[in-house]
Design a protein around this ligand. Structure first.
Ligand SMILES: [Zn+2]
Length: 409
């Protein structure tokens, strides 16, 4: 199954990576390590409860609606159950597991999905145990979004079985729901903005395709039974629009907290991952730097370039001439007074820390989302730490080291 599906992806050009972009079926995506997504979700739902899981649910719903709406359009398919069944391939490519539709009754306005291997729910229980939280909120939203697009209605989804609650798989029941409150209308407006900002990436240049074929053929990224793996680490894909919206919605609901959390996640992830890569492949610092810069492209985050390294003063500067999230943020929400890509800033801080063997702190001095032509990050030791470290360091280390131990299938 694996070689076939991977070969198919290569042959059909379903996945294209190059020039700082990562596209699947014409949708531009970012790849975020699975455990990073789960720690982010866990932090917010533990602290803010239902209000937070609702944000992840909304993001999932936006992704479901966007995925189906754009694919029906791009592949010129009718809006019916058969098309949805065909397009559930999206969930597999995105690392959402093997989502299948069991029942779909337009008259009754009801549909049932099953996911025998939702990586998000399965990994959640491995990391945090059965903590009774709404672990599948994003996937639940994704199913609701698919049905909303298919039936052209408002719908709500509930998870009647969940791998994070001890069952074998997840089962989601989606029901059409008449009427829409103020919250719902706000989300519809956001979705319309996302659709307006969406431009298909179907026709990237063939030289970029050659590069992505090589990446897949060499196993640097792979798709296996509903899991997405980058350098053997499981990841979750979001369309750039949806990830930008998720950060924005968390920011609106809970203040700058999301930026502090993403910074800490990026920094810790890079320090731990970088250390592991250096020892595993016996990389020296120069080789590590090169692989790190490629990594930004592999994640679909944009194009990164080392601007300067001052070994004496222990200062490291990174420049991004392309930052997909910041650019999309401006398109969707306008120019911001403050930088928005704290995840990349955290990763830069992690790189600086590894290079100089210090506790490095990063600052985003310029940001495309704040009106600059580039994003610019400066990392130095002892630089006034403007960030609040909100995540429990023990939990964070545990969650991030667990991802290296995952089996490859
Ligand atoms: Zn679940």
């Amino acid at each position: 199954m694996l070689p076939d599906s991977t070969r198919q992806i290569i042959e059909q050009n379903d996945v294209i990576i190059g020039d700082g972009r990562f596209s699947i079926l014409g949708m531009r995506v970012v790849a975020i390590p699975l455990n990073i997504v789960l720690v982010l979700q866990k932090h917010f739902t533990d602290k803010h409860g239902r209000k937070a899981s609702q944000v992840f649910y909304t993001a999932g719903r936006l992704q479901g609606r966007l995925s189906l709406a754009t694919q029906l359009k791009l592949q010129n398919l009718p809006r019916d159950t058969l098309s949805l069944t065909r397009l559930l391939k999206i969930s597999e490519l995105f690392g959402y597991g093997a989502l299948e539709i069991r029942e779909c009754d337009r008259e009754e306005g009801e549909a049932i999905f099953e996911n025998s291997a939702s990586p998000m729910c399965r990994q959640y229980v491995k990391l945090f145990g059965c903590d009774g939280s709404d672990a599948g909120c994003y996937m639940r939203g994704f199913c609701a979004g698919l049905i909303e697009c298919l039936f052209g209605v408002h719908a709500e989804a509930r998870e009647t079985e969940c791998a994070a609650k001890g069952t074998n798989g997840c089962r989601v029941v989606v029901r059409a729901k008449p009427g829409a409150g103020a919250q719902r209308r706000r989300e519809d407006r956001l979705f319309n903005r996302i659709m307006e900002a969406f431009s298909p990436d179907r026709n990237l240049l063939s030289r970029q395709t050659a590069a992505s074929k090589q990446l897949i053929a060499h196993g640097q990224i792979s798709f296996r039974n509903g899991w997405f793996l980058a350098m053997s680490i499981p990841g979750v894909l979001f369309s750039v629009e949806v990830f930008a919206a998720l950060v924005h919605l968390l920011d609106q609901a809970f203040g700058r907290e999301v930026h502090d959390v993403l910074y800490q996640l990026g920094r810790c992830q890079t320090r731990m991952g970088g250390r592991a890569i250096m020892s595993r492949f016996e990389f020296n610092k120069a080789t590590f730097l090169k692989s790190y810069v490629q990594q930004a492209e592999l994640q679909g985050l944009g194009l990164a370039r080392i601007d300067s390294i001052d070994w004496e003063k222990k200062v490291f500067c990174l420049e991004q001439t392309r930052n997909n999230l910041a650019a999309k943020h401006v398109e969707l929400f306008g120019v911001e007074p403050a930088p928005v890509d704290s995840y990349t800033c955290g990763m830069a801080a992690g790189v600086g820390s590894l290079l100089f063997e210090i506790d490095g702190a990063g600052v985003e001095t310029e940001c495309i989302a704040a009106g600059s032509a580039r994003c610019y990050y400066r990392v130095a030791a002892g630089e006034a730490g403007r960030r609040r470290l909100l995540l429990n360091p023990g939990l964070l280390r545990e969650a991030l080291s667990a991802q290296a131990l995952l089996p490859a299938r």
